[in-house]
Design a protein around this ligand. Structure first.
Ligand code: NDP
Length: 379
């Protein structure tokens, strides 16, 4: 993995060279300009990563080498064979290593203040409940849960235990995306008329149907909509600064031997009222990564809009805006923002309620698709 084995000092130097330091915020969700990378603060939040899979290994752990408000303090894993390499690479002491059965003992560990859940989607609720009951702040990956009812239960568990709940929508911490969010409010090209948001990729051709990964299994929250569709859905909401009032959806399956009970490609339309519509698509069978906003007096778009770096925006009057960092700067910024919110006692930039709004729409997308494209009105 590209960044593993590189020291924090090397990364900070590389960040400064790439302009990455300028992408890290001084305050949660604010500036695009900030001082060069500073040393880690003394009251830095200790984070335990739960589920040492792709995202934790390749993005979150390297991201935690770049953060100043938080650091990797512990791991929770069901795979004992992963432990020695993680301990050695990240200097994690035995007392901060947990398996899932022993996870609740984390309550007694003062090294760890926040738990970052990066497991299959069906485990987000049970692990959130356990982390909150242990008195730890919860950072949880997207999609927040399997459905809105689970999302509500996660919010309630964290509220009851007086811990924060932040959802891992890394893009909402990223300056180009935040520019689109500001344009949704300021409307520099007049009224927004239409949004197009597509997020997907082609994969899984070589999967043995008898040994499917969890992303192809319904009981784990598999399917393109949960995995990539939330990027399109979330983008449709943050580029309009509005909530959809009705949803229609239809799914397509071209590889039925792989996609049983999970969606391969989903097309969904979000109606926002006043004629504003977002046409969205997501897929595990097609490459797609475009976000376009058509307005009364022009348009703007970002393509790609949801990669880890290399984001590119442009407008109808010739403005261009691009990335300010290299991967994993988005994850570092997100975790630094979320840690600062804990340290300052302020609300996280992307709280559980934001994840829940997507889950409510996502429930409607599935209900519409399963109901033959029936129009679902959202309460
Ligand atoms: P992986 O399959 O690579 O890793 C998931 C890990 O969860 C496993 O390695 C394992 O870790 C643990 N796990 C626990 N129970 C199971 C189980 N029954 N089956 C499989 N794994 C299990 O997934 P990703 O890392 O790609 O995704 C994890 C989460 O992160 C998902 O919610 C996904 O949507 C999200 N994600 C977010 C991204 C973003 O950009 N924000 C990008 C990629 C993923 P262990 O062996 O240590 O227990």
């Amino acid at each position: 993995m590209q960044l593993q084995g590189i020291t924090r000092r090397h990364l900070l130097a590389a960040m400064a060279g790439a302009g990455l330091g300028a992408a890290l915020p001084v305050r949660a969700g604010t500036s695009t300009q900030s001082p060069p990378p500073a040393p880690r603060r003394q009251d830095s939040i200790g984070v335990a990563l739960v589920g040492l899979g792709y995202y934790a290994s390749h993005l979150l752990a390297p991201g935690l080498q770049l953060t100043r408000n938080c650091h990797l303090a512990g791991i929770v894993t069901s795979s004992p064979e992963k432990v020695p390499a993680w301990q050695e690479r990240h200097g994690i002491p035995d007392r901060n290593v947990y398996d899932y059965d022993g996870f609740d003992r984390i309550a007694d560990n003062p090294d760890i203040q926040a738990v970052y859940i990066a497991t299959p989607n069906d485990l987000h609720l049970p692990l959130t409940r356990r982390a909150a009951a242990a008195g730890k702040h919860v950072w949880c990956e997207k999609p927040m849960a399997m459905n809105a009812a689970e999302g509500e239960a996660m919010i309630e568990a964290c509220r009851r235990n007086k811990v924060q709940l932040a959802i891992g929508y890394r893009l909402q911490h990223e300056s180009n995306t935040r520019r689109l969010m500001a344009m949704a409010r300021d409307k520099p090209y007049g009224k927004i008329l239409k949004v197009r948001a597509d997020a997907g990729f082609h994969a899984y051709d070589d999967v043995d149907p008898a040994a499917k990964p969890w992303r192809l299994l319904p009981q784990h929250g598999g399917g393109a909509m949960y995995d990539m569709g939330v990027y399109a859905l979330n983008a449709a909401r943050y580029t309009t600064a509005q909530e959809p009032v009705a949803v229609t959806a239809r799914q397509e399956i071209h590889r039925p031997h792989l996609f049983e009970g999970v969606d391969e490609t989903m097309y969904f339309t979000l109606e926002f009222g006043d004629g504003l519509v977002a046409e969205c698509a997501t897929s595990f069978g097609k490459e797609m990564n475009t976000l376009r906003i058509d307005c009364e007096r022009g348009w703007y778009e970002m393509a790609p809009f949801q990669t880890y770096d290399g984001l590119k925006g442009r407008t109808s009057d010739g403005q261009v805006f691009t990335d300010t960092g290299v991967s994993p700067y988005q994850q570092a910024r997100q975790m630094d923002d979320d840690a600062l919110a804990i340290l300052q006692g302020t609300a996280p930039l992307v709280p559980g309620e934001e994840g829940l709004r997507d889950m409510r729409v996502l429930d409607a997308v599935y209900a519409s698709a399963r109901g033959g494209g029936r129009r679902i009105v959202l309460a």
